[in-house]
Design a protein around this ligand. Structure first.
Ligand code: C2E
Ligand code: CA
Ligand code: CA
Ligand code: CA
Length: 279
């Protein structure tokens, strides 16, 4: 039963070749999608745990592909990051989110914050600060309402440069949040050195928070850290009333998840905001 390495090699290389071709095609499609403006945003409300009102929305990107239909970010963000497409895409998301918020406020909507996801490689590689300033100049949006969600891993690469960028953003009045908190780097040192405003507990920990004591311990520890450091704490992936009540009771400031709202189209969000105002 001797192995036949030659055949195996052919098999793998054919498979790899196909993967590479798919990747190249998808990369091309993503550049085209930018050009043809096939990306669009949905907005998921983030609720104030005390008042039950919408405090913020998170902008989430989607791609309406002519061939594939609606494509979710998990299927294209990794490749966009690997190829650098994330930089122009991230700029488009940032500008679109700021433009929309400005339009909503002009139309009489009560002030809410706008949260935008920034990929680590985007944060590291490009002139993010200039991009933010430009977005503010072009849209006239109040940067005090803009919030950037960064991941832990993106903050630990070049500590000095990261600190400089974060302080600069802070100077622009932009809020900084740590996304997927608890899933990335284990050092908490950066919380002390960087001007962080909020922690967002990853939905992986929220999923079984009512059933599993270990998950509960982690969630409570994160809330404890946030409170001790006077950071705002947000839970994502809240799907049940039980989870919402538990998290609010434990001191989470804001709650986001399907229990309240799925990510919404702009039209639907404006309806929800209008209904809320009339209540
Ligand atoms: P994320 O930043 O952790 O965003 C939250 C994800 O959880 C969203 O998935 C949202 O639809 C989903 N979600 C919200 N509430 C619930 C819930 O109650 N239960 C469950 N099971 N899921 C919930 P989505 O929109 O597919 O986005 C996936 C990821 O793609 C995001 O994870 C984020 O990392 C990335 N992403 C999305 N938009 C952007 C963007 O504009 N720029 C960058 N760099 N990344 C983005
Ligand atoms: Ca996020
Ligand atoms: Ca994320
Ligand atoms: Ca997450």
């Amino acid at each position: 039963n001797a192995k036949k390495p030659g055949i195996e090699f052919c098999f793998y290389s054919a498979q790899m070749n196909q993967k590479l071709q798919e990747r190249t095609r998808l990369e091309f499609e993503l550049w085209m999608a930018l050009e043809r403006e096939e990306f669009f945003l949905e907005y998921q409300p983030i609720m104030d745990a005390r008042t039950g009102r919408i405090a913020a929305v998170e902008a989430l990107v989607r791609w309406m592909s002519p061939e594939k239909g609606r494509v979710m970010p998990d299927s294209f963000i990794p490749l966009a990051e690997a190829t650098g497409i994330i930089v122009p895409l991230g700029e488009w998301v940032l500008k679109t989110a700021c433009t929309k918020l400005r339009q909503w406020l002009d139309a009489g909507c009560l002030p809410i914050r706008m949260s935008v996801n920034i990929s680590g490689c985007h944060f590291m590689r490009s002139e993010l600060c200039r991009m933010v300033e430009e977005a503010a100049e072009q849209t006239g949006v109040d940067l005090g309402l803009l919030e950037l969600e960064l991941t832990e891993t993106c903050l630990v690469k070049d500590v000095e440069e990261t600190a400089a960028k974060l302080w600069y953003l802070k100077g622009l009045n932009v809020s900084i949040g740590i996304d997927d908190f608890g899933t990335g780097y284990s050092s908490l040192q950066y919380l002390k050195n960087f001007p962080i405003d909020h922690l967002k507990i990853d939905r992986a920990f929220i999923k079984n928070v009512c059933e599993l004591p270990d998950e509960r311990a982690i969630v409570e520890a994160i809330i404890g850290i946030a409170k001790a450091m006077e950071l705002h704490v947000i839970a994502e992936g809240v799907e049940t009333l039980e989870q919402a009540q538990y998290l609010a009771h434990r001191g989470c400031d804001e709650l986001q998840g399907y229990y309240y709202h799925r990510p919404l189209s702009e039209e639907r969000l404006l309806e929800v905001l209008r209904e809320e105002r009339e209540r």
